[in-house]
Design a protein around this ligand. Structure first.
Ligand SMILES: C[S@@+](CC[C@H](N)C(=O)[O-])C[C@H]1O[C@@H](n2cnc3c(N)ncnc32)[C@H](O)[C@@H]1O
Length: 281
């Protein structure tokens, strides 16, 4: 049976949000959104129709749009994603803004996932020397592919490492991380779309959600360039994505340690989403 773009959209509107329909249709047709608007009466080929039906079925079963299309926009760049990687979130762009405005010469990205932070920074700061690590080899493969596709020739070093274990004693201006921070007991309460599809290793922060923060905060100072400062905005810095639920726990880890809280920033929903720590002298 033949169907046009506009017929497909009208039919699907009862089942899916319009934004999902467009992304899934663009993916099935391998065309742009402009094409859909310009040619609403374009008839889908049998192959396109089958692809659309499959996309729609997967979405209605709860699979995230980005795993179906295999891509997600982050910092205005298009990243490949798959089941090995977390789907980059808009909140994480806050962290990239902070890095870019401080123009570090070197950066360590812990838990790089699809490489979205490291690649976005490199795109804007070509001279920044970047090491991006992840424990998951599958994620690193995706990150590497994203770097190749978005940056072309580049010198980001992707390393498989359990936190700092496989790193040399190199020091950095900024360590950035968006680590797993969901409390283990809360995983089952997550939306099924996240819980059933996104990698557990990217979500589960242990009993108190703080497992990764304990390691990164307690060991990170050894990998930050020395010469801590009193002045605001100076380097070296540890920049971490957080969840409001674990902020008190992070303050506890920080007590009597080597850092000063420079800034806690909220995301567009008003939730505390980022903490910036400067290394004390
Ligand atoms: C929340 S995701 C963040 C992905 C990406 N940086 C972003 O912001 O969208 C956390 C990442 O940390 C990685 N990870 C988890 N435990 C790790 C460990 N012990 N060492 C290194 N990476 C780890 C996961 O594989 C996952 O890719």
């Amino acid at each position: 049976m033949k169907k046009t773009v506009i017929e497909i959209i009208r039919e699907a509107e009862n089942d899916l949000p319009l934004s999902d329909i467009y992304l899934l249709l663009i993916h099935a047709l391998r065309k742009t959104k402009e094409f859909l608007f310009t040619y609403p009466h374009n008839v889908l080929s049998a192959h396109e129709l089958a692809k659309w039906e499959d996309n729609k079925k997967r979405r209605m079963q709860g699979e995230p749009v980005s795993y179906i299309t295999g891509e997600k926009e982050f910092y205005s760049l298009l990243f490949k994603v798959n089941y090995e990687t977390l789907i980059p979130r808009p909140e994480t762009e806050l962290l990239v803004d902070e890095i870019i405005k401080r123009e570090p010469e070197s950066l360590l990205d812990i838990g790089t996932g699809a490489g979205n932070i490291a690649v976005s920074v490199k795109y804007h700061l070509a001279n920044c020397s970047i090491v991006a690590i992840d424990i998951n080899e599958g994620a690193l493969k995706v990150a590497w592919e994203n770097a190749e596709r978005i940056l072309g020739k580049h010198d980001i070093r992707f390393i498989q490492s359990d936190f700092f274990n496989n790193l040399s004693k190199e020091k950095f201006d900024i360590i950035i991380s968006n680590p797993p921070y969901i409390m283990s007991k809360s995983i089952k309460k997550l939306q099924p779309e996240i819980r059933d599809y996104e990698p557990g290793q990217a979500l589960d922060g242990g009993a108190d959600g703080l497992d990764a923060y304990k390691v990164i905060i307690n060991e990170g100072w050894k990998y930050l360039r020395s010469g801590g400062v009193e002045a605001i905005h100076e380097l070296p810095l540890l920049i971490l994505e957080i969840d409001p639920e674990i902020l008190d726990g992070i303050r506890t880890i920080l007590q009597d340690r080597r850092y000063r809280i420079e800034k806690i920033a909220k995301d567009h929903t008003g939730a505390e989403r980022m903490i910036i720590l400067s290394l004390l002298k």
